[in-house]
Ligand binder design. Sequence first.
Ligand code: PLP
Length: 464
Amino acid sequence: MDPDEFRRRGYEMVDWVADYLANVAEYPVNSHVEPGAIRDALPAAAPEHPEPFVDVMRDLDGIIMPGVTHWQSPSWFAYFPANSSGPSLLGEMAAAGLGVQGMLWSTSPAATELETVVVDWFVDLLGLPEEWKTTGPGGGVIQMSASDSSLVALVTAREVATQHAPLDKLVVYASDQTHSSVEKGARIAGFSHVRIIPTDAEYAMDPGALASQIAADRADGLHPAFVAISIGTTATTAVDPVRAIATIARENDMWAHVDAAYAGSAMICPEFRRHQDGLELVDSYTFNPHKWMFTNFDCNLYYVADRRPLLDAMSILPPYLRNEATLSGKVIDYRDWHVPLGRRFRSLKLWFVLRHYGAEGIRYHIREHIQLTQDLAMRLNNDPRFEVVAPHPFGLVVFRHVDGNEATTDLANRLNASGRVAVTPTTLGEQSAIRVSIGQTTTSSTHVNALWEMIDNAGDGTDI
Ligand code: PLP
């Protein structure tokens, strides 16, 4: 494809995406294809000969689109948002067009330096500790996912702790609400002891239970090494008491890692920062702009309070990567900050988003999503047929039908089968519940009112 054809097809593709986004509200939110339907419609072998681009676009529309779930729909209330925006998509396109590998400063200085500027900006934007800036002892880096960040935190903690005890004595602590990526990361990093700490009535980790478990483990000759603290759990957006847990971690010489994958975005609004009180005591922190900050997947920020143990754990310099800039010690090589070598120019889209919306624009939308959530929670609370089952400090409300598990699951299934909305059926302990997460870029009161009307009708068995 020469540049002229690319230009022509590129304009068509921008039209295709713009049309999609303009009409996404009209699509059934969940795809209802049967398993295997998309595979069956595609040839078993890759094309041997070139095919016209129009045929590719025809199959994108005809074969792929029926199997797409419309995460960008304003009626997307499932899981957490994976929201996006025009400036983000354009930044992504610029990054793909440049096609640079930013593994070393020298392989594309702008990729490294823009990333440094943007991650440092976020320290101020989210009210994070000043020491986490690159100018301090810490620093931030953009990775693919929160799971990657948590894995890196676990590996770094392992390297620190094995200076004092063998790997098979190290213990990782998480709550029964911590995201599964921590347990998975612990497994990958080679930890054999993971303790699941109980949570209180609001699904926040119980620091007393943590302290008791640590004491018991010490008495058994084990070595507490790592604790995961959640600000905004996946099930209910519960917030662990950061200060209390981080204090216990300090007293026990453990690594304290904060997972704010979803709720980190809310910290751009100062009124929510009370939920992150105590961050100056933790060692690492992760948050996903690709969830709720209008930046398309993938884009995760990872911060450490002290970058030395991270670099000790992750740096390796084979002869083919040696270069003058690296040896001068004057530059950052972000390949030393995570697992992969190659790295995309992810900071571009985040920079585009920040410049397009400004912090005040992002605050406006986040506050609106949270307000819509509080309004929906109030309606549910005021209706004797429903019960809100957990605190809802951000953009997620979790509720159930008072008639029990079957009525709750039936309600979720009917909402999803309608094609007009997507919600997530879940369980909390023994109870079925429905998660409604409000955070899509274009979701407004119209969409939330329509959802409420459906819940209201379905709640007493009427058609929705
Ligand atoms: N942590 C929390 C609290 C989450 O809610 C999620 C995903 O929803 C993750 C981690 C994993 O995020 P990622 O997909 O970026 O690995």
